[in-house]
Design a protein around this ligand. Structure first.
Ligand code: AVJ
Length: 327
């Protein structure tokens, strides 16, 4: 007999930096230049977003906090009206300062459930597993560090109960309406009849209020956008001169699309690694969409992705909505 040497070809997972590089080059080589807003959040981007949330112009965080503080009893009742055996899965749990109000309320009903916070940041999950028991000693916590859909599948393995998914923070706004439909359909495909999804929508309101929220007078949102160019310099060996780019936020009340751009203030060449990107004078980079909804559009999104709206919870000003969807 001859012994055969087997060479197992393990597909090498492209490392994060390589994927980041390719996404950046693809976006900046396109006819209309763009960058993906998911790359805003490095350590400095996280810090700047925290600062944005403290800007007086940036209303969404306070509105949704008010909803969780003031309406958790009503939210809890809506959950209990549709399921008697459930676990909670929060997508993008962060520091859980909003959801903690709902968790407290649900614990008070005497229901036995586990809270599965999901986050892409390992740091966030470790912090939560330490901080939550101190705040809610009777809460069962099982952190899941990874991508939303992978971790949702994991939660389905760990728990046979109904799932109540929390998707707060208006993160759905970073998708175009078509992308949002795709995301919600994919979410639905991971869920079972009887499962619930609570999802946050930033609502249409006076256009000036929306534009101001993405154009704060202290210039934090400008810095937040420019930080992505700095991140490219840091991580991908780029040489962006950020003084040669301006921030241009827009809001279209017709479509509800709040889009931000960076504008090249002169004709210039920028090097990223071995690549050179040319910018014409006043050429733009499309950075981010924050889509605003009305209740009809939110309800339509529910229907088109296989959910039924069973409740809407608002702040006093009705600037933000957390909608409860049933599978
Ligand atoms: C984290 C997506 C909810 O769109 O309002 C804030 C991000 N960008 N200011 C939003 C953001 C500029 C934020 N979300």
């Amino acid at each position: 007999t001859t012994s055969v040497m087997h060479t197992v070809l393990v597909p090498v997972k492209q490392d994060r930096r390589e994927i980041f590089f390719q996404d950046v080059i693809r976006g900046l080589s396109a006819k209309s230049k763009y960058l993906d807003s998911k790359y805003f959040y490095d350590a400095e981007g996280d810090r700047l977003f925290q600062e944005i949330m403290r800007c007086h112009e940036y209303y969404p965080t306070n509105c949704e906090m008010e909803i969780l503080q003031e309406q958790s009893a009503a939210i809890s009742q809506t959950i209990l009206a549709h399921t008697s055996r459930f676990d909670i899965v929060e997508l993008g749990a962060g520091d859980a300062t909003k959801s903690i109000h709902l968790l407290k309320e649900l614990l008070n009903t005497g229901k036995d459930f586990t809270y599965y916070p999901v986050d892409i940041s390992a740091n966030v999950i470790t912090q939560l597993e330490q901080s939550l028991p101190a705040q809610l000693p009777s809460l069962k916590v099982n952190g899941l560090n990874g991508e939303y859909f992978d971790m949702l599948k994991e939660a389905n393995v760990l728990s046979a109960k109904n799932k109540v998914i929390l998707c707060m923070g208006g993160n759905i706004g970073n998708f175009t309406p078509a992308e949002a439909r795709k995301f919600c359909r994919q979410l639905r495909s991971c869920l079972q009849p009887g499962d619930l999804l609570m999802i946050g929508f930033d609502l249409k309101k006076h256009p000036q209020i929306i534009l101001d929220a993405y154009n704060d007078s202290a210039g934090i949102t400008r810095d937040f956008n420019l930080n992505l160019l700095k991140r490219i310099n840091r991580e991908l060996d780029g040489n962006f001169d950020i003084t040669k780019f301006g921030h241009y936020p827009t809001y279209d009340p017709g479509t509800g699309a709040c889009k931000s751009y960076l504008v090249s203030l002169e004709e210039q060449d920028v090097r990223i690694g071995e690549q050179t990107i040319h910018f014409d004078l006043h050429e733009t980079i499309y950075m981010e969409i924050s889509q605003k909804y009305d209740l009809e559009a939110a309800e339509q999104l529910a229907t088109l992705s296989g959910f039924e709206t069973v409740g809407n919870f608002f702040d006093q000003k009705k600037w933000f909505a957390d909608s409860m969807w049933l599978c």
